[in-house]
Design a protein around this ligand. Sequence first.
Ligand SMILES: Cc1cc2nc3c(=O)[nH]c(=O)nc-3n(C[C@H](O)[C@H](O)[C@H](O)COP(=O)(O)OP(=O)(O)OC[C@H]3O[C@@H](n4cnc5c(N)ncnc54)[C@H](O)[C@@H]3O)c2cc1C
Length: 327
Amino acid sequence: MWTAWPTGSCTPRETAEPSTAIEPLVSLPADVQQDFPLARLTTVRTGGAADFFATAGSVARLEQLLGWAGASGLEVGVVGSGSNLLVSDEGFRGLVMKLDGELAAIERDGLRVVCGGGARLPQASARAAKWGLTGLEFGVNIPGTVGGAVRMNANAYGGALGEALEWVDVVTSGGVDRRAPEQLGFSYRRSDLGRGEVVARAGFGLAPAEPEAVKQTLADMRGRRKAAQPSGIKTFGSTFKNPDDPRAEGMSAGRLLDAAGCRGLTVGGARFSPKHANFVENTGEATTADVVALMAEGRRRVHELSGVSLEPEVQLLGPVDAEGLFS
Ligand SMILES: Cc1cc2nc3c(=O)[nH]c(=O)nc-3n(C[C@H](O)[C@H](O)[C@H](O)COP(=O)(O)OP(=O)(O)OC[C@H]3O[C@@H](n4cnc5c(N)ncnc54)[C@H](O)[C@@H]3O)c2cc1C
């Protein structure tokens, strides 16, 4: 059994038994909820409960929560829109935070758009278009928050977060630290932000444009996405990263899975989408264990066929029996 934390790294657990809830060493701050179900905070809708859950609407509140978790010896996790997140069926033995209030705001400052880490990226793209600003269009189809997009170095349709991003305010229990994109260790679908480093705000430098032209670009992008990907399903989007392996011969993860016969493959309530083989969908009653078993089988088949080892894109929260999938 392995414990995988939000960074995706894995450390051995001492016991194979499901852990019981951890007691905090210092008294709970206001409005911290206990035994909070997390499945509904994710787009795939699987997984158990967090021992502790709280929302943070200001930097001061974030610092308070992180300080309390540190003093209590609790692990911390952040949930954005949960669109790239797989929560353990056993839940999370620590504090999960979600940003709201001023940390989910979208504001204009001249040619800059300043977003809270909890602001929804498609909303930020649409707001920038309305203000006649170009540079955030890439986010229109990424159903995550600005904080999740920074953590995951999200991009789409050739546009990349790093191109418009000017700075990020990262909050830890030690305070706020403003970082430039070069300090975030961006590479394909990752940054080097660690556990306990929360993106509270981000500033994007944009350029003036005709609002109607930017809105039209967004509409075109929405149309292209609708044609290419399944909609209305419970999924975390692309399951595996596109491989950088010559044996893939330029094929995407989806094409490799398709070639390996994974389209429509089902384990329990989880299946590779019949429309897009790299999307796992929860057909109704899937558990995280079903999702992980399906991913492991897809990866095994692709490796058998091509020698390529696919790497998961989805992030983990809590202990997941991953059979080497996330190592
Ligand atoms: C239908 C669909 C389509 C998608 N298309 C794309 C696409 O085109 N391009 C793309 O790049 N991705 C895509 N994704 C994946 C996903 O939307 C992105 O990775 C997104 O950036 C995740 O943001 P989130 O807020 O949902 O993060 P979550 O899933 O909630 O979390 C992901 C990781 O980010 C961390 N995190 C979240 N918020 C913060 C914060 N404030 N500070 C620090 N860490 C934080 C979490 O702890 C976790 O480790 C798609 C997903 C779906 C379901």
